[in-house]
Write a protein that binds this ligand. Structure first.
Ligand code: C2E
Ligand code: MG
Ligand code: MG
Ligand code: MG
Length: 285
């Protein structure tokens, strides 16, 4: 009897797994077509200077406008794209979109400082990212200083020596570099010291508990001090409540990003955010 129910359970799981695997295969195939059919969308989330409150840049975040499923968030398709390598094509497409968009914003008189683009470990570790970035900058005509690449701490620390070389080549192009999700990837301080980056982005997991959670508060304060002692800019992600922002301002965090300032939106819906910086004279026209 036990054997029988065991087999039944086994059969049940096999069916479940097959269905799951089947769905992943289908998703992988339709994702490949999504790139060709231009179903991917770049959304942009505002980044503010905490001291002045001003909008100073945007982070681009990919979405999939699926014909049946609607807007699919990256958490649902990036893991699959990472498995089959499609993520590199997605990242390069996003990179080009962001450069074109930033150029358009600058040409319309917006004095934004940068647009940030996420880079997967797959693309980063191929060793040709600097060549691709140089091509895209040349093709889109965006001056290098306006582009920032976000590489996660775990990507950078996977093979630190290789990462160091790639980061140096990227830096030579004149672009900016940020370490994303900082605090989740086991950096050694010695290695961090040698990384030629401009910015640390404190993971939203530490910002969530501010200001009440004493551990989150202690970690956040330490990362801000660490960044500043290394001469880096520091940004806090996932700011949703005014108390979190007050804590971060009190502790001299430079930049902030989160729903309190604005959610990621398609360009058509950013007019209002951009209008605000026109009023404060960050846009010249
Ligand atoms: P990330 O780069 O750390 O991006 C921040 C994520 O936090 C975004 O999720 C953003 O929508 C979300 N977020 C921003 N403010 C808040 C807030 O106040 N509260 C909460 N709860 N969440 C907030 P999203 O857009 O779903 O992206 C998730 C992750 O997917 C990104 O994390 C990034 O690792 C990856 N990703 C997104 N776009 C791309 C891309 O074009 N290429 C690659 N390689 N990865 C991407
Ligand atoms: Mg990011
Ligand atoms: Mg992050
Ligand atoms: Mg993240």
């Amino acid at each position: 009897k036990a054997k029988h129910s065991g087999r039944a359970t086994y059969a049940f799981y096999t069916q479940e797994l097959t269905l799951y695997a089947q769905q992943r295969v289908e998703l992988a195939i339709s994702l490949r077509q999504a790139l060709l059919k231009e179903e991917l969308r770049a959304h942009y989330q505002p980044i503010h200077d905490l001291d002045s409150g001003r909008l100073i840049g945007f982070e681009s975040l990919v979405r999939w406008q699926h014909p049946e499923r609607g807007l699919v968030p990256p958490g649902e398709f990036i893991p699959i794209a990472e498995e089959n390598g499609l993520i590199s094509d997605i990242d390069l497409w996003m990179l080009e979109q962001a450069c074109l968009q930033m150029r358009a914003w600058l040409e319309s008189g917006c004095r934004l400082k940068f647009v940030a683009v996420n880079i997967s470990s797959r693309l980063f570790n191929r060793g040709i990212l600097d060549l691709r970035v140089a091509e895209i900058l040349a093709r889109t005509g965006l001056p290098a200083q306006y582009l920032e690449l976000e590489i996660t701490e775990s990507t950078v620390m996977r093979e630190p020596e290789v990462a160091l070389e790639q980061l140096q080549r990227l830096r030579e192009l004149g672009i900016r570099l940020a370490i994303d999700d900082f605090g989740t990837g086991h950096s050694s301080l010695l290695r961090l010291k040698r990384m030629p980056v401009h910015k640390l982005k404190i993971d939203q997991g530490f910002v969530a508990g501010l200001p009440a959670d004493s551990e989150d508060a202690a970690i956040t304060r330490s990362v801000i001090m660490l960044a500043h002692s290394l001469g880096l800019t520091v940004l806090a992600e996932g700011i949703e409540r005014p108390e979190q922002m007050d804590f971060l301002k009190r502790n001299r965090c430079d930049l902030g990003q989160g729903y309190l300032f604005g959610k990621p939106l398609p360009v058509e819906q950013l007019a209002q955010a951009l209008e605000e910086i026109r009023e404060t004279d960050t846009c010249s026209r």
